[in-house]
Design a protein around this ligand. Structure first.
Ligand code: ADP
Length: 269
C-alpha cells in the first residue's frame, strides 16, 4: 500500500544543512500495523511528515497505492502528539471531529452519522457538545483520533500520539487504537520512541538509527492478537523482542553521537 524508497530529507538552517533521514526504504501492506521506533531527534517526525505529504523529501520517493505522494493524500489521516494544538478550542467536540469532512462529505446527515460513529468508536458518546478544554488530555487525544476516523481514511499515521498523557491513559489509548485497527481494518503507521509500545502494538517494528536516520532492521512481531497489557507483556517472546529492538537502537555504532551536529552546506562532515 505504502512504499518508501531511498527517502532522504535534509533541512537547511542558515548556511548549514541538517540531514534528518537518509536512504530510508520499507513497505507497509494493506491492513498492517507498523511502528517506527528510534531515539529522540532521530528523524521520526520528519519521516512521518514526508509520508503525510506535509514535507517534500530531498530525494527518494514515497508512493501510496502506486501514486507518488506530493501533498496530503485524501486516503490518509494523521494524529499528532500535541492534541492541544490540533483541536480548535472555540469549536465543540462534534464540530472539531466534523471539520475535515466539510469539503469531503456534502451531506450534512452523513457528516453527522460519521461524527457520531467516530465518537462512539473512541468511547466519547455524549461528549459532542463539550469543548476540548472541558476534557482531560486523554479525552482530547481521543477526539483527535475520532476526527481522523470520521474521515474514514485507508491509512492512519500517528506521531507519538500518547507521549503527552499519563501511563494509565497511555495504556488505555494503546488498547483503543488496537481495537480500532481490528474493527476498521485501517492500515496504521505509528511513530514512537517507546520500544515497549512499539512491540505491543505492531505487526512489524521498523527500527531507526540516530540521525541521520537509516533503517537498522525491520522486526516481525509474531505475538498473538488480541493483545492484552498484562498477558502480552508477560509473554517471554515480548521480552525477547523488546531486547532485540533495544539492542539494535543502543548499539554503539547506531546510538546518538557526534554525527548529530549541524553540517555546513557543501557537504563537509
Ligand atoms: P524525532 O521525531 O525522531 O525526535 P525530528 O524528525 O523531529 O526527530 O528531527 C530530526 C532532526 O531534524 C533533529 O536534529 C531536528 O533538530 C531537525 N529538524 C526537524 N525539523 C526541522 C526544521 N524544520 N528545520 C531544521 N531542522 C529540523
Amino acid at each position: 500500500m505504502l512504499t518508501l524508497s531511498h527517502v532522504t530529507k535534509q533541512y537547511t538552517v542558515g548556511n548549514s544543512t541538517v540531514e534528518a533521514i537518509r536512504d530510508i526504504g520499507f513497505t507497509v501492506a494493506d491492513g498492517e500495523f507498523i511502528c517506527i521506533v528510534g531515539p529522540s531527534g532521530a528523524g521520526k517526525t520528519t519521516l512521518l511528515r514526508c509520508m503525510c505529504g506535509l514535507l517534500r523529501c530531498t530525494s527518494g520517493s514515497i508512493r501510496l497505492n502506486g501514486t507518488e505522494v506530493c501533498g496530503p493524500p485524501r486516503q490518509l489521516a494523521c494524529v499528532f502528539q500535541e492534541y492541544s494544538r490540533s483541536l480548535m478550542p472555540w469549536l465543540t467536540v462534534e464540530h472539531n471531529v466534523g471539520l475535515p469532512l466539510k469539503n469531503k462529505v456534502p451531506s450534512r446527515a452523513e457528516r453527522g452519522r460519521r461524527v457520531r460513529s467516530a465518537l462512539a468508536q473512541v468511547g466519547l458518546d455524549g461528549f459532542g457538545k463539550r469543548y476540548p478544554w472541558q476534557l482531560s488530555g486523554g479525552m482530547q487525544q481521543r477526539v483527535a483520533i475520532a476526527r481522523a476516523l470520521a474521515y474514514e481514511p485507508e491509512i492512519l499515521l500517528l506521531d507519538e500520539p500518547f507521549a503527552s498523557v499519563d501511563a494509565q491513559t497511555r495504556a488505555d489509548l494503546e488498547d483503543l487504537v488496537l481495537r480500532v485497527h481490528v474493527t476498521s481494518g485501517i492500515t496504521m503507521v505509528l511513530v514512537t520512541h517507546d520500544i515497549d509500545e512499539a512491540v505491543y502494538l505492531a505487526d512489524r517494528v521498523v527500527a531507526l538509527s540516530a540521525r541521520p536516520s537509516t533503517v537498522l532492521e525491520t522486526i516481525d512481531v509474531p505475538l498473538p492478537r488480541p493483545r492484552d497489557q498484562i498477558a502480552t507483556k508477560a509473554d517471554p517472546r515480548f521480552a525477547e523482542l523488546r531486547t532485540q529492538v533495544l539492542g539494535l537502537i543502543r548499539r554503539p555504532d547506531t546510538a546518538p553521537g557526534a554525527d548529530a551536529d549541524l553540517h555546513p552546506v557543501g557537504g563537509a562532515k
